[in-house]
Design a protein around this ligand. Structure first.
Ligand SMILES: [Zn+2]
Length: 306
């Protein structure tokens, strides 16, 4: 098993984001199996090396950590995560109501609160967890959310994801309006759902996948045309999912169970795994190669100037 992490932390002042960054024509970006270099700027172009990530069947499952947040009760969190994924799965692909062929299901609460992927047939959960007392990502900016996607590095098939929301450093709000001192949690979940679905940051400033959110701003809640295009071309309304390069396959029926099966606790061990040889590596097949990829949504402003 090979693991590496990338944190794409793009923090920028609002004026810089909107006025002085040249963007390409509207284009959605899919996360790929190859990590971009640290010098890569997702505001300017898509990173296309490697194979794009994709979900195999027509459903994915998520689980909100049962503790939820002091700011966000469990029931509200489930509703908001559901809405976040529904923004994507309800995209109108043909102007006549044809929907994409991937949707999210709530697998129920879990006690696990760590980002992990249990391999070799062990059970998993795709957890959504609020960080209440500190944020591990020590970036120079103020990260709102972080989605870690684990995938097969040979094929791009997504095995699972975990979503962390920074409730330690920011006031979160939802509903018809969001105060100017708070961040729109509905928009955060739509953005992070996009990462969980396999999309990367977008070059279009109006896109939900643009990597910056301003306090009080509700713009990320609704997909723009580039987001809709990405969802509808990747998870087509005819039931075919895109592997990139024009290749598609017929997606199997909905199965929201995580890979290996669902479990509410952390650290499940594969039944066949012998601890004595766990470090000897995989044998055959590519499924043991999984790579977590982090993608962060950051807040605008607050960049320290010298
Ligand atoms: Zn992001």
């Amino acid at each position: 098993m090979r693991r590496a992490a990338l944190s794409t932390l793009i923090g920028l002042g609002a004026a810089l984001a909107l006025s002085s960054v040249a963007t390409t024509a509207a284009a959605y970006c899919r996360t790929t199996t190859v990590l971009p270099p640290s010098s890569y700027d997702p505001r300017k172009s898509c990173w296309t090396d490697g194979k794009p990530l994709f979900w195999r069947n027509r459903c994915l499952g998520f689980s909100v950590n049962q503790a939820a947040s002091k700011q966000v009760p469990y029931g509200d969190a489930v509703t908001l995560v559901t809405q976040g994924f529904a923004a994507w799965s309800n995209a109108d692909c043909d102007g006549a109501g044809a929907r994409p062929s991937l949707e999210a299901r709530d697998n129920g609460p879990v006690t696990c609160d760590v980002v992990e992927y249990n391999k070799n047939g062990a059970r998993n959960q795709n957890v959504v967890v609020f960080r209440e007392s500190g944020w591990a990502a020590k970036d120079a900016y103020n990260t709102l959310g972080l989605t870690t996607v684990t995938f097969n590095v040979d094929t791009g098939e997504v095995f699972g994801f975990d979503m962390e929301i920074n409730a330690a450093d920011h006031k979160l709000a939802w509903g018809a309006t969001v105060p100017k001192d708070s961040y729109d949690l509905e928009g955060i979940f739509v953005h992070e759902a996009g990462h969980a679905l396999g999309f990367a940051h977008d070059t279009t400033a109006t896109s939900t996948m643009f990597p910056v959110q301003k306090p009080g701003d509700l713009a990320l809640r609704s997909l723009d045309t580039t987001d809709v295009k990405g969802m509808c071309e990747t998870y087509r309304s005819d039931g075919k999912h895109s592997l990139g390069g024009g290749a598609v396959f017929e997606a199997p029926a909905c199965d929201p169970a995580p890979r290996g099966g669902f479990i509410t606790t952390c650290g499940d061990k594969a039944p066949e795994e012998d601890p004595g040889c766990a470090a000897s590596g995989r044998t055959g097949g590519g499924a043991g190669l999984a790579l977590p990829l982090l993608a962060a949504l950051t807040v605008a402003l607050r960049r320290r100037r010298r």
